[in-house]
Design a protein around this ligand. Structure first.
Ligand SMILES: [Zn+2]
Length: 443
């Protein structure tokens, strides 16, 4: 047997569990898993002492291109991804201009060639002006989902009223991804916070009921229209409990920050660098998030990597820009949680591999299995490192985890058989391609 790439002597995390085995990749796909000691290969990696995971997927990033290349681009964002052990990202549409039609999607698909270091899926944004086209847009090649901002965040995409939301759900059939906060409650309460104040007020303005009411409204319309939903960045104990009654319709995303940071401490230590939508909340919600990871009711975790300039983050609240960097740190931060005993490595692979594949209908990624893409994330569970802002690939140059010590570190990233990161250094050239999804013209 001869392979293009052979990874020997690692501990593989496969659908069978953890097993000592080799994995051989040929022409971009996993060709064999098992004892391959007699095989040869163009490139051999000795993974003794390492865990070999399917290439991990961050299904929620904002790479800011086109429109805000000063803080992030497709090239730098995907560099950060592979340096951080992520082999595929799904990029959000709230750029400037937003990705809301076929022409802009075509531009993006062409633009990633020779720039993206990892594979990419594309969200298409719902706007009131393109509701009639959403059914055909979601079938465009390489689209992971339609994204609906039912509450306003960065950018100008917003579909907030029940009639428009119902019209969105009636066009097309794939699962829709939602930013769920109730826009009317947000706007009504904004005047109570006009005087500004400490960053903790962000959590008071965008309160539990703002998120929970948004989710109740969406689920009522989803039930009526029988349309599947993926509720992004669920941030409250109330929603996590409520959504257990909607398993036939709804899947759930949690963010690494909501599993790592707690109010009021996060706001006291990080100021504007803790401000995101939905907000970091108090310990009750943090505990509920971990309980939901343990009981299986969470499908995916993401970083919601959403860079802003330091200037925009350091404006006094409420002018502080909401959003955090994270694609380069999600894997180390989550590996540290594994080492702390909060979840297993198998559950992490479920949340960043099989989970996104199942929720979005992603083809040939998310598990180590013959015939799947040769995407690998190699991790050293014993390595102790410090996360440093100076190492971030994003032009904005900061991370809310600067100075954080973690145990567990990604040491190699492989995308369809191409080794693109070894020991914190980029290798080769940007080989990323559009990811392929079921129910699209590519799938
Ligand atoms: Zn987001």
């Amino acid at each position: 047997m001869h392979f293009d790439l052979l990874v020997r002597n690692g501990t593989l995390v496969t659908p069978n569990g953890s097993e000592a085995a080799d994995v051989g990749i040929l022409r971009g796909r996993i060709a064999a898993i098992g004892s391959l000691s007699s095989a040869s290969a163009g490139t051999v990696i000795d993974a003794t002492g390492l865990h070999v995971l399917p290439g991990l997927i961050d299904s929620h990033v904002h790479l800011r291109e086109p429109g805000n290349e000063a803080v992030e681009t497709i090239e730098t964002g995907t560099k950060g991804a592979v340096l951080g052990g992520v082999a595929c990202v799904f990029d959000m549409p709230n750029t400037s201009p937003a990705i809301t039609d076929t022409a802009r999607l075509d531009w993006k698909r062409a633009h990633i060639a020779g720039r993206a270091w990892c594979d990419m899926g594309f969200y298409v944004g719902a706007a009131k002006s393109n509701i009639a086209e959403l059914g055909s847009l979601e079938a465009e090649a390489n689209v992971c989902a339609i994204k609906v901002f039912a509450g306003s965040s960065t950018g100008d995409l917003l579909v907030e009223d029940d009639a428009s939301l119902e019209a969105v759900m009636q066009g097309g059939r794939r699962r829709i991804a939602y930013h769920s906060e109730d826009e009317y409650r947000l706007q009504q309460r904004r005047k109570m916070f006009a005087d500004g104040g400490p960053h903790l007020r962000h959590m008071e303005w965008r309160d539990v009921e703002t998120a929970f009411l948004g989710t109740r409204r969406l689920m009522a319309i989803a039930r009526k229209t029988h349309r599947r939903a993926h509720i992004l960045h669920v941030s409250t104990a109330e929603e996590l409990d409520y959504l257990k009654d909607f398993r036939d319709l709804a899947t759930v995303e949690l963010l690494v920050n909501h599993l790592t940071q707690v109010a009021p401490e996060a706001y006291e230590t990080l100021g504007g660098y803790a401000v995101m939508n939905p907000p970091i909340r108090d310990r009750r919600h943090y505990e509920a998030a971990w309980a939901a990871i343990r009981d299986g009711s969470v499908d995916t975790i993401g970083s919601d990597h959403a860079p802003h300039s330091r200037e925009a983050k350091e404006r006094p609240w409420p002018a502080t820009a909401a959003g955090l960097t994270g694609v380069q740190t999600i894997v180390p931060v989550m590996l540290d949680h594994v080492n702390a005993g909060r979840l297993t490595l198998a559950r992490l692979v479920d949340l960043m591999g099989a989970g996104p594949a199942r929720v979005f209908g992603l083809l040939r990624k998310g598990r180590l299995a013959a015939g799947y893409d040769g995407d690998l994330t190699l991790v050293d569970m014993r390595a102790r490192r410090r996360i440093e802002a100076a190492k971030m690939a994003a032009p904005c140059g900061w991370t809310p985890f600067d100075g954080t010590e973690v145990q567990g570190w990604p040491v190699a990233t492989v995308v369809r058989g191409n080794v693109v990161m070894r020991d914190d250094a980029l290798v080769g050239t940007p080989a990323g391609r559009p990811a392929i999804f079921e129910e699209t013209r590519a799938g």
